[in-house]
Design a protein around this ligand. Structure first.
Ligand code: TH1
Length: 829
C-alpha cells in the first residue's frame, strides 16, 4: 500500500494496518462499529434492517480498498480501456453478490450468527437496484461481473435514476404501477463523488468564431446542468480486481448569478434551477417501443456528455497526443441508446480540440463499437430532426455533415443508386424528418455485433442488409451470456455445493466449461438422487413464497412450469394461458380413470407490462381471471394451478428459477433477438420448452434437441405463414379455447374482446393459432418425460452440463479479443 514514502505520506503509511481482515471477529468489530457510527444505533439494540446496513458498510469498506488499488494499478499500467455505455443496468441486490465475489460468505454468516442475526435474513432486507427494464439491462449487469472477474480494465457508465423501474402491484387482477423510490433508505453500495462533476449543455444557438485564424463553431447553450458522479464498485470473483460503474445524477449548475428584483423572482429562480434534477429522475419503462420524447433525448445526451468529458479528462491526465485516443479507449454502445456519443465526440474533437474533420473522423471511427439487441421495428430509435435542432443544435449540424460525407463515399462505391442511398441515409425524409439512430450507429462504429447467431443473420438479411453488403467485415455476433456467479452461486447455493462436490473443484465458478464433465455422471443414480433433493429444497422455497403471496397451496409433486419475463405480444404469454385453458378443459372433460394419468402442474407466470401497452395489461388480467376459476375448482385440485407472481424483478428471479422444473421461451420465431432467461434456467437444471428463436438455436446445438421440447414455426417459415394465414383455418382446439375467453367463461367478456381479436379473424400477427397444435404436442412430450424420473433427472443434469457456452465470461472474452482489442490488467495478489 506504500506508494510514496516521504513526509506526511510516511506518517500515513505508519498508521495503516494493511488491508481490513476477513476473519469473523474482525468482521464483527466492523459491523458493530458501523452500527454505532454509521447507522447511529446502539450496538445493544438494532434490528435486521440496521444489521443489514452495518454489514453492507463493512463489505463496502472492503470493496473500496480493492477499488482504489485497482484504479491505481490501471493508471500505472495504462492499458487500453473499455468504457461500456448503457442507459440501463439491472443490478438487483449487491450484498449477496459482493460477499460471494469477495469470498467472505462463510465468515459473514459466522460473524452474524454470534451476534444473533441470520445472514440469509439480512440479505432479504435489501431492495433491488432496478435501473433497467429487462434482458438488455440485466445483460449489462452480468457483463460487468465478467469484466471484473476476468480482470479487464473496464468501466461502465450510466444514469443514476431516482426512480427505477416501476413496482407492479395487482388489484383485482389488474396491473397498477407504483414509483420505485429505491433510494429512500439510503444506498450503501454507491459512493457520491461531489468533486467529480461536469457541466452538460442544452438548447441555445451555434455561432462562428475565429480561433487561431481558423473559422470555428461555438455552441452558446441555453441551459446548463451539472452531472455528478456516483461510483458503484463491481468486485470480480477470485481476484482482487474491482471495477467501477459510474452513474450520473443531474444537479442544478452553479455559475450564473440569479438576477432578482424581488423575493418572488428569487424564489422562482431557485425553484427553476431545481428542475434540472428532472433529467435523471426516472427510467423510461418501455421495453422496445420508442417514442421521440424530449426528456429521453436529454437523458441520453446528459449521460453521454458527462461520460465523455470524464473519459477524455482521464486520457489527458496521461497523454498529450489526442491521436493516441483510439489506442487507449474503446467505447461500447449498448444498443442505440447512447449513440449520440459518436456525434458528441466529433463535436469535442472539432470544436474544442480544433482538429480537422478528417482527423476527428479517423478517431471516432476507430473507437466506437455497437451492439444491436433487437429486430423489432418499433424499437428502432428515430429522433425527429426538429427535436435535435432545439435540444442539441450543434449536433444536428454534425449529423448532417457525417451524413453528407457518408453519402459521398457511398456514391463512389455504388454509383447513383438513389433509392438505396435514401434507405441508407442517416436522415429519413418524409412528412416528419427523422434521424435514424441505428444507421448513425452503424456508420460511425467499426464493429456491429448481434446478440445471437440467428439475430445476427437477421441483422444482415433484414435490418442492415444494405450496410452488410457495403461493409460485410463490420458485422459480427457474440451470443449473449449470463454470469454463473449470480445465477448459480448466489441464487442456488445447494446446487453450487453439489456441483463442486461432483466435480471435486470449485474452479467451474471461474471456468464454466468445466461443467461439461457433469455429463459423465448424468446417469449416475447417486448424482440423480442428490440432484433431485436440491431441486426439492428449491421447490419448497418457491412453494412457500407462492403461498404467502397468493394464498394458494401448491403440491411439490407437481411439475413447476414457469414463464417469467416482460409481458409482450411477441413473447406470447397469451399462448401459454390458452394452453393452460386447454389443459383445464381436458381435465374437466376427462373420465375419472384418466385423471390418474394427468401430470399435475403448477403453471407460473410473472412479468411487468409497459404502462401504456393495453394488450399486455389484458394478458395479465386474463391470467388472473383464469387462475381464479382454476384454483378454486375443487374438481381439479392439485392437477392444475395457475399462479401470477407479481412485481417480477431480479431478486424474484433468483428465487423462482432454481425452483422450476420446466421453463417456457415461446416467442414467435424471429422476434427474440437472443433471450437470456433461458440461459439462467439452463444453468439451474431446468428443462426448456421453446421455439427455435434467438439463443435457443444455440442451446439446441449444445445440449441436443432430444433434451428439450422444441416446437413451432422456424424463423424462415414465419413470413410465408403470415402471408397465408387468412387462408388457413386455426385448429379447432385453438378456436375452442379462444371462444371460452370470448364467451366470458372467465368473466370480463367485453374487456377481453380486443385481446381475442388479436389472434382471430385473419389477424394473429404472432401466429399463436398456427403454432398451437405443435405447442400442445411439446407440452405433452414434457408430461411424458416428467413421469420417467430417471430420464427427467438425466435431462436436467445435461442442461446444467451444457450451459457453459452461455456464461457471460465467454461473451466478454470474445468481445475483448474480436471487438474491443483489450487485454486483462490484473492486480498482483
Ligand atoms: C433485449 C432483447 O429483446 C432480448 O432478446 C435480448 O436477450 C436482450 O435484449 C439482451 O441482448 C432488448 N431489450 C431492449 C430494451 C430496450 C430497447 C431494445 C431492447 S432489445 C429499451
Amino acid at each position: 500500500k506504500a506508494g510514496f514514502l516521504g513526509g506526511k505520506n510516511k506518517r500515513m503509511f505508519e498508521l495503516m494496518d494493511g488491508f481490513l481482515k476477513n476473519d469473523p471477529v474482525s468482521l464483527q468489530k466492523d459491523i458493530l462499529h458501523h452500527v454505532e457510527y454509521t447507522v447511529a444505533r446502539s450496538r445493544f439494540s438494532f434490528d435486521d434492517f440496521e444489521a443489514y446496513q452495518a454489514l453492507s458498510h463493512s463489505v463496502r469498506d472492503r470493496l473500496i480498498e480493492r477499488w482504489h488499488d485497482t484504479q491505481q494499478h490501471f493508471k500505472k499500467k495504462d492499458p487500453k480501456r473499455l468504457y461500456f455505455l448503457s442507459l440501463e443496468f439491472l443490478m438487483g441486490r449487491s450484498l449477496s453478490n459482493s460477499v460471494i465475489n469477495l469470498g467472505i460468505k462463510d465468515q459473514c454468516a459466522e460473524a452474524l450468527s454470534q451476534l444473533g442475526f441470520e445472514y440469509e435474513v439480512l440479505v432479504e432486507q435489501e431492495g433491488d437496484a432496478a435501473l433497467g427494464n429487462g434482458g438488455l439491462a440485466r445483460l449489462s449487469a452480468c457483463q460487468m461481473d465478467s469484466l471484473a472477474t476476468l480482470d479487464f480494465p473496464a468501466w461502465g457508465y450510466g444514469l443514476r435514476y431516482q426512480y427505477g423501474l416501476f413496482r407492479q402491484i395487482i388489484i383485482d387482477g389488474f396491473q397498477h404501477e407504483q414509483p420505485d423510490y429505491w433510494l429512500n433508505f439510503g444506498n450503501p453500495w454507491e459512493i457520491e463523488r461531489v468533486h467529480v462533476s461536469y457541466p452538460v449543455k442544452f438548447y441555445g444557438t451555434v455561432e462562428e468564431e475565429i480561433v487561431n485564424g481558423k473559422k470555428c463553431k461555438v455552441w452558446i447553450p441555453g441551459e446548463t446542468v451539472e452531472a455528478v458522479a456516483y461510483d458503484n464498485p463491481i468486485p470480480g470473483y477470485g481476484t482482487r480486481n474491482t471495477i467501477n460503474l459510474r452513474l450520473w445524477a443531474a444537479k442544478p449548475s452553479e455559475g450564473h448569478d440569479i438576477e432578482s428584483y424581488n423575493t418572488g423572482d428569487y424564489i422562482n429562480a431557485i425553484v427553476n434551477r431545481q428542475k434540472a434534477e428532472i433529467i435523471s429522475n426516472v427510467l423510461y419503462p418501455d421495453d422496445r417501443s420508442y417514442q421521440g420524447k424530449e426528456l429521453r433525448l436529454k437523458q441520453q445526451y446528459f449521460f453521454v456528455s458527462a461520460s465523455l468529458q470524464d473519459i477524455i479528462r482521464r486520457f489527458k491526465d496521461v497523454h498529450d497526443n489526442i491521436d493516441e485516443f483510439p489506442d487507449k479507449v474503446a467505447l461500447q454502445l449498448n444498443d442505440t441508446h447512447p449513440s449520440i456519443s459518436v456525434v458528441e465526440l466529433m463535436r469535442v474533437l472539432l470544436d474544442e480540440e480544433h482538429l480537422s474533420w478528417k482527423k476527428a473522423w479517423n478517431i471516432v471511427k476507430k473507437v466506437f463499437t455497437f451492439t444491436s439487441h433487437t429486430v423489432l421495428p418499433e424499437a428502432l430509435e428515430k429522433v425527429p430532426v426538429d427535436l435535435i435542432e432545439s435540444v442539441l443544435p450543434r449536433h444536428l449540424q454534425i449529423i448532417y455533415d457525417i451524413n453528407f460525407a457518408f453519402m459521398e463515399e457511398l456514391k463512389k462505391k455504388i454509383g447513383q443508386d438513389y433509392v438505396r442511398m435514401s434507405r441508407m441515409s442517416i436522415v429519413e425524409e418524409g412528412a416528419v424528418k427523422n434521424i435514424r439512430v441505428a444507421n448513425l450507429s452503424v456508420v460511425c462504429s467499426h464493429t456491429v455485433n448481434g446478440v445471437s447467431k440467428a439475430h445476427s443473420k437477421l441483422l444482415e438479411t433484414r435490418v442492415f442488409t444494405d450496410f452488410y453488403e457495403l461493409w460485410p467485415e463490420k458485422f459480427q455476433y457474440k451470443t449473449n451470456g449470463v454470469t454463473q456467479r449470480r445465477w448459480i452461486v448466489v441464487s442456488n447455493p445447494s446446487l453450487c455445493a453439489l456441483i463442486s462436490k461432483w466435480l471435486k473443484t470449485e474452479s467451474w465458478i471461474r471456468n464454466v466449461d468445466l461443467l461439461t464433465s457433469l455429463r459423465d455422471h448424468a446417469s449416475n443414480p447417486n448424482l440423480q438422487h442428490e440432484w433431485n433433493m436440491v431441486k426439492k429444497i428449491n421447490k419448497m422455497r418457491l412453494a412457500e413464497y407462492i403461498e404467502t403471496m397468493s394464498g394458494v397451496k401448491v403440491s411439490l409433486d407437481a411439475m413447476f412450469d414457469v414463464q417469467i419475463k416482460r409481458i409482450h405480444e411477441y413473447k406470447r404469454q397469451f399462448l401459454n394461458i390458452l394452453g393452460v385453458i386447454h389443459r383445464y378443459d381436458c381435465i374437466k372433460n376427462m373420465e375419472e380413470s384418466d385423471r390418474k394419468k394427468v401430470v399435475p402442474r403448477v403453471c407460473i407466470i410473472g412479468g411487468k407490462a409497459p404502462p401504456g401497452y393495453e394488450i399486455a395489461k389484458k394478458i395479465i388480467k386474463l391470467c388472473h381471471a383464469v387462475a381464479e376459476i382454476i384454483n378454486n375448482d375443487n374438481d381439479v385440485g392439485d392437477l392444475l394451478k395457475l399462479i401470477f407472481i407479481p412485481d417480477y424483478n431480479v431478486s424474484v428471479a433468483e428465487l423462482v428459477i432454481p425452483g422450476s422444473d420446466l421453463s417456457q421461451h415461446i416467442s414467435t420465431a424471429g422476434h427474440e433477438a437472443s433471450g437470456t432467461g433461458s440461459m439462467k434456467f439452463l444453468m439451474n437444471g431446468c428443462l426448456l420448452l421453446a421455439t427455435a428463436d434467438g439463443s435457443t438455436n444455440e442451446i439446441i446445438e449444445e445440449i441436443g434437441a432430444e433434451n428439450m421440447f422444441i416446437f413451432g414455426a422456424k424463423i424462415n417459415e414465419v413470413p410465408t405463414l403470415r402471408e397465408k394465414k387468412s387462408a388457413i383455418k386455426a385448429p379447432l382446439q385453438f378456436a375452442r379455447v379462444v371462444r371460452m375467453v370470448r364467451d366470458g367463461h372467465f368473466g370480463f367478456k367485453d374487456y377481453f374482446k380486443s385481446l381475442c381479436d388479436t389472434v382471430e379473424n385473419g389477424k394473429d400477427f404472432y401466429l399463436l393459432g398456427s403454432d398451437f397444435t405443435s405447442y400442445l404436442e411439446a407440452q405433452a412430450e414434457a408430461d411424458k418425460a416428467y413421469v420417467d424420473k430417471e430420464k427427467w433427472s438425466k435431462m436436467s443434469i445435461l442442461c446444467t452440463a451444457g450451459s457453459g457456452r452461455f456464461s457471460s465470461d465467454r461473451t466478454i472474452e470474445d468481445y475483448a479479443e474480436e471487438t474491443w482489442g483489450i487485454q486483462p490488467c490484473k492486480l498482483p495478489s
